[in-house]
Design a protein around this ligand. Structure first.
Ligand code: ZN
Length: 281
């Protein structure tokens, strides 16, 4: 299933993509694409609904982030061997974890907003893992059972805030509109192998990133298990699993976003996003 949230920011309603490609409304069927709805039983209940009778959502309706109630947005740094190389960093001996503020999360086609004072706003196409059930001290063998599904995310990053302004990476990763998530959550039964997904990102139509989750250093099962050794993962938590090569930071000369530019990105089977870059007022 492809589950989504549609409507105005902050007032999104649940929905799904029907087999005929139309978006259907799940209002009244489930409260949100969040919480217990993300469990295997919750997803099975939606699957049992006859989508033909669900109301159509008008084409062009805004899509919000594909999951609600996200308590943690956990990101993994330098998790592609080829991306680590382009930034001049070594592959870390254990996953590098950092947090993105959940207030950064927006819909898949919402603009990228360059924050005040920024000159180094950059892009990162990533596979997002959405947790479906509580996970604590889970083994790698059991880890994927706790995953509701997968989505595309853009881990938008301000490199000067991230690495030149001292301290942790958080402030360079958490600006408003720095976490486009969607268009939809694809349930894990429809993703045969999360470690074999092609991914891409273009800037103004020109390819910047082209990669595959095959070159991920620490795979999804390992990451879910690993993180759950330190804290409990809850339904709706998002793990952004790192980016392949081709970010602006790694280019010679470096290349960062300007107002008016257009970023498009996608992952095979998970859909795509399109963002216009604007400057914050
Ligand atoms: Zn990232």
């Amino acid at each position: 299933m492809k589950l989504l949230r549609h409507g105005q920011a902050g007032a999104e309603r649940p929905g799904l993509v029907h087999g005929d490609g139309s978006v259907r409304d799940l209002t009244g069927v489930v409260p949100d694409i969040a919480g217990a709805v993300l469990s295997d039983a919750g997803l099975a209940a939606i699957r049992a609904v006859d989508a033909d009778v669900l109301p159509m959502v008008p084409p062009g309706t805004r899509l919000g982030p594909c999951v609600g109630g996200t308590g943690k947005f956990i990101c993994i740094g330098l998790n592609y061997s080829d991306h680590a190389a382009e930034t001049g960093a070594k592959v870390p001996p254990e996953p590098i974890i950092f947090m993105k503020a959940t207030s950064a999360i927006v819909g898949p086609n919402d603009p990228i907003v360059i924050p005040r004072g920024s000159v180094k706003t950059d892009w990162e196409v990533e596979l997002a893992v959405i947790i479906g059930t509580r996970a604590k001290y889970v083994s790698e063998a059991d880890a994927l059972k706790h995953v509701a599904g997968y989505a595309v995310t853009n881990d938008v990053s301000e490199r000067a805030f991230q690495t030149e302004r001292s301290g942790q990476w958080t402030k360079g990763k958490s600006c408003d509109n720095f976490g486009q998530l969607g268009p939809w959550l694809v349930t894990r039964d429809e993703v045969a192998d999360p470690q074999n997904l092609d991914m891409w990102l273009t800037l103004n139509g020109q390819t910047m990133q082209k990669g595959s989750t095959r070159t991920m250093v620490y795979g999804v099962a390992h990451l879910v298990s690993y993180l759950s050794q330190f804290f409990t993962l809850h339904p709706g938590d998002v793990i952004s699993t790192g980016t392949p090569p081709g970010v602006g930071l790694g280019m010679k000369p470096q290349r960062f976003l300007k107002a008016g530019e257009v970023v498009e990105l996608g992952i095979a089977g998970l859909g795509q996003q399109r963002q216009v870059v604007i400057a914050d007022a």
